[in-house]
Design a binder for this molecule. Structure first.
Ligand code: UFG
Length: 347
C-alpha cells in the first residue's frame, strides 16, 4: 500500500512508519517538525516538511497522487499544556485535522486512520477498565479536540464514503525493540522517559505529581502500551477499512501506578531512582486503563510487549545508546538515519 503519514517524525508516528516499512508498504511523511525530528524518519521515506494549516499545500499532495491510506498523528498532545492554552489546542488540532480530512475526502482517499486518545475519557473518575462504548467525557481541551475530529470523520464517511479508524490509545511507551527509534520530546514531560533520564543521571530528581489520588498507593494509574504493539494495531485495522469505519480503545488492559513505574525502572536498571513528591498536575485523571475487547475480537490484535519491565527495558536501552536523543543525530546529517547512534551511558 501507498501510505501517507502525518506526524511521522514524532514518537508514535515514526514507530508506525517503520512498522509499515517492515510490513512492505511504501510510506511518505508530512511533518512540520514542531515537535518531531527529521532524524526519526528513515532515509528512503519521502518527506514533506509542511504544516497542516497550509490547506492548499496539503490538497496538492492529496490531489497529485493516489494514496491507499492516510494515517494522521500530527497534533499537539499534552493534557496539562492544553489546560493552559485551551483555544490554541482546540484550534490547532481541529483545524489541521479538518484541512487534512477535507483534502482526503475530496480527493478520493478511501481509508483514514486517526490517532485519538484515552484522554477523551478523563472527565469522569473511573476505577475499572474503560469499555469501548464508554461515554466520552473529556477532562481537557486536548481530549475534546480529538473527539471533535472523530465527529468530523463520521461525516467524511457518511457523505464521502471515506472509511476511518479512530484509535483511542492509552499511554504509548517503550522503544523499537531493534533499537532503531525511541522516545524523544523537547521538553520531555512524560513519566517513563523522565524517570529513565533520572536513573541514568541525565537529569535531577523525578517529581511524582500527587500522592492523594484514590488508588492503591495514592498515585495515578495509567495503561502503558508499547509503541510497537500500537504500530501492529494500526496495520491490522487498515485491512478492516475496506468494509466499515471503526472506533477502538487501544491499551494493554493493565494499569500501573506512577510508583510502580518507578519500581520497574529501578528493577530493570538495577539502580536507585531519586524522586520526590510534588503537587497534583492539572487535568490528570486518577486512572485510565483500557478494555480493548473490540479490537482484539475484530482484528486478532493482542499486545506482545505487555510487561512493564519489557516496556521500560526497550526505552532504557534506546536512551542508553542515545543520551542526546535525535538532536545530536540530526547534527551528523539531517538526511542520514542511523539505527543506533551515540555513546552508551554507563550504569
Ligand atoms: N507524572 C509524574 N511526574 C512527571 C511526569 C508525569 O508524576 O514528571 C505522572 C503524571 O502526573 C501522570 C502519569 O505520570 O499521573 C503519566 O503522565 P504522562 O505525562 O506520562 O502521560 P499522560 O497520562 O498525562 O498523557 C499521555 C499522553 C496523552 C494521552 C494520554 C492517554 O501524553 O497525549 O497519555 O492516557 F492522551
Amino acid at each position: 500500500m501507498k501510505c501517507l503519514v502525518t506526524g511521522g517524525a514524532g514518537y508514535v508516528g515514526s514507530h508506525v512508519v517503520i512498522g509499515l516499512l517492515d510490513a512492505g508498504h511504501e510510506v511518505a511523511v508530512i511533518d512540520n517538525l514542531s515537535t518531531g525530528y527529521r532524524a526519526a524518519v528513515p532515509s528512503g521515506v519521502r518527506f514533506f516538511p509542511l504544516d497542516l494549516l497550509d490547506a492548499e499545500a496539503i490538497n496538492k499532495i492529496l490531489a497529485s497522487e493516489k494514496w491507499d491510506v492516510v494515517l494522521h498523528f500530527a497534533a499537539l498532545s499534552l493534557v496539562n499544556e492544553s489546560m493552559r492554552k485551551p483555544f490554541y489546542y482546540l484550534r490547532q488540532n481541529y483545524i489541521t485535522a479538518l484541512n487534512l480530512i477535507e483534502a482526503c475526502a475530496q480527493n478520493g482517499v478511501r481509508r483514514f486512520v486517526f490517532s485519538s486518545t484515552a484522554a477523551l475519557f478523563g472527565g469522569k473518575e473511573r476505577f475499572s477498565l474503560i469499555p469501548d462504548n464508554a461515554r466520552v467525557e473529556a477532562s481537557s481541551p486536548y481530549g475534546e479536540s480529538k473527539f471533535l475530529i472523530e465527529r468530523a470523520l463520521v461525516w467524511a464517511d457518511q457523505i464521502y464514503g471515506m472509511r476511518s479508524a479512530s484509535l483511542r490509545y492509552f499511554n504509548a511507551a517503550g522503544a523499537d525493540p531493534l533499537g532503531r527509534l525511541g522516545e524523544e520530546h523537547t521538553p520531555e514531560t512524560h513519566l517513563i522517559p523522565l524517570a529513565i533520564d533520572t536513573v541514568l543521571g541525565l537529569r535531577g530528581k523525578l517529581k511524582i505529581f500527587g500522592n492523594d489520588y484514590p488508588t492503591r498507593d495514592g498515585t495515578c494509574i495509567r495503561d502503558y502500551i508499547h509503541v510497537t504493539d500500537l504500530a501492529d494495531a494500526y496495520i491490522r485495522v487498515i485491512e478492516l477499512l475496506d468494509r466499515r469505519s471503526v472506533t477502538y480503545n487501544l491499551g494493554n488492559g493493565l494499569g500501573f501506578t506512577n510508583m510502580e513505574v518507578v519500581q520497574a525502572i529501578e528493577h530493570v536498571s538495577g539502580r536507585k531512582l531519586p524522586w520526590e513528591w510534588a503537587p497534583r498536575r492539572t487535568g490528570d485523571p486518577s486512572m485510565l486503563v483500557a478494555d480493548s475487547a473490540l479490537i482484539r475480537r475484530e482484528t486478532g490484535w493482542s499486545p506482545h510487549y505487555s510487561s512493564i519491565d519489557i516496556i521500560v527495558e526497550t526505552a532504557l536501552q534506546w536512551r542508553k545508546r542515545n543520551p542526546h536523543g535525535y538532536r545530536k543525530q540530526a547534527g551528523i546529517g539531517q538526511e542520514k538515519w542511523s539505527p543506533i547512534f551515540g555513546q552508551e551511558v554507563e550504569l
